[in-house]
Design a protein. Structure first.
Length: 323
């Protein structure tokens, strides 16, 4: 069986108090990170709850060990199932050593989801320590694709005694970006047609946001599906479609003269500050805000598995409209 790439390592330090409160907070953090539908398998391969996972992580951290996640099912960067292991930090191999570069059936993609050679993939990661490989597609322990991503901020947890030693607190540093349940950030855009968009005016709407740029081929490939989505909801004023781009207004206008993309377009001149604040580094991304909160998040385009961007976003929108 092929080795599965290490997707995340969670290391807990300065563990002083193992409290029920800390466990509950950690369990909630893991649930938010991976989503309630993600299957978590324990060390023996049997599915476990997020509470049980939190308990094992705290126990391992107290022993100076790490939790390693092996991907089982990943579709377009969305983790659907993983297995945990407790490992000694000294035994963890560098991520690049986990990849079988000699396997010609494996695809390699850069941060913009453009296909590149295995040699280029290895060189990019060797030359840039702030980047790392991640599984893009995997099924039944067989990896089909890898892509390059920015290293996530390690999830670090510290528990300390409260006043008098009767309570504990949990300090967590987690990866940036949008995750389910987050509040919609405040923004005020003017799109390339001159229309103003303010987050305060959209709190009662379903806001579908696409992050892209002109040279991003996976971004362009999914546009026909996104256009179908806009057409599907054209008579529903409760659903709004916005595109936020790294590209300049001049580039976008030139692009739109040849290619249809029916979202409202916010160009780099308006978006750059927000993209930096929101830590948007990977494209395309599709985020749905429902009544002021993130209800759906997907990084990367959809390829070759029969499930389209239209299907995924439409299902999420319909669910949000009914809630």
């Amino acid at each position: 069986m092929k080795k599965i790439i290490l997707l995340n390592v969670i290391l807990f330090s300065s563990l002083i108090v193992r409290s029920q409160s800390a466990k509950e907070q950690l369990s909630a953090m893991l649930l938010k990170k991976y989503g309630k539908d993600c299957i978590i398998n324990g060390e023996n391969g049997t599915p476990i709850s997020f509470d049980a996972l939190a308990d094992r992580i705290i126990q391992a951290s107290g022993e100076g060990k790490r939790v390693k996640y092996n991907s089982i099912r990943v579709t377009e960067g969305v983790i659907q199932e993983l297995t945990m292991q407790i490992v000694d930090p000294a035994s963890v191999k560098p991520l690049l050593e986990e990849i079988d570069f000699s396997n010609s059936s494996i695809g390699f993609y850069n941060e913009s989801r453009q296909k590149i050679s295995a040699d280029d993939f290895r060189k990019i990661l060797t030359d840039n320590r702030n980047l790392m490989p991640a599984v893009y597609n995997a099924a039944n322990s067989v990896i089909k694709d890898y892509y390059i991503m920015a290293k996530p901020v390690p999830l670090a947890v510290t528990t300390t005694n409260g006043a008098g030693g009767n309570s504990s607190s949990l300090s967590v540093t987690s990866p940036t970006g949008f995750v389910q349940g987050d509040n919609m950030p405040e923004f005020s855009f003017t799109d390339i047609s001159g229309k103003r968009w303010n987050s305060k005016d959209l709190l009662d709407k379903i806001v579908v946001v696409n992050f892209w740029f002109v040279e991003c081929s996976p971004c362009v490939e999914e546009m026909p599906e996104l256009n179908k989505l806009v057409d599907h909801y054209k008579n529903n004023r409760n659903v709004v479609f916005l595109s936020v781009s790294e590209s300049s207004q001049e580039k976008i206008e030139k692009f739109l003269s040849k290619t249809q993309f029916h979202y409202a377009h916010i160009a780099r001149e308006q978006a750059r500050e927000y993209l930096l604040d929101w830590d948007i580094k990977m494209f395309p991304q599709n985020i749905i805000f429902a009544k002021g909160k993130v209800s759906f998040s997907l990084t990367g385009g959809i390829r070759g598995n029969g499930e389209t961007i239209f299907t995924l976003l439409n299902n999420a929108i319909e669910k949000s409209l009914k809630s």
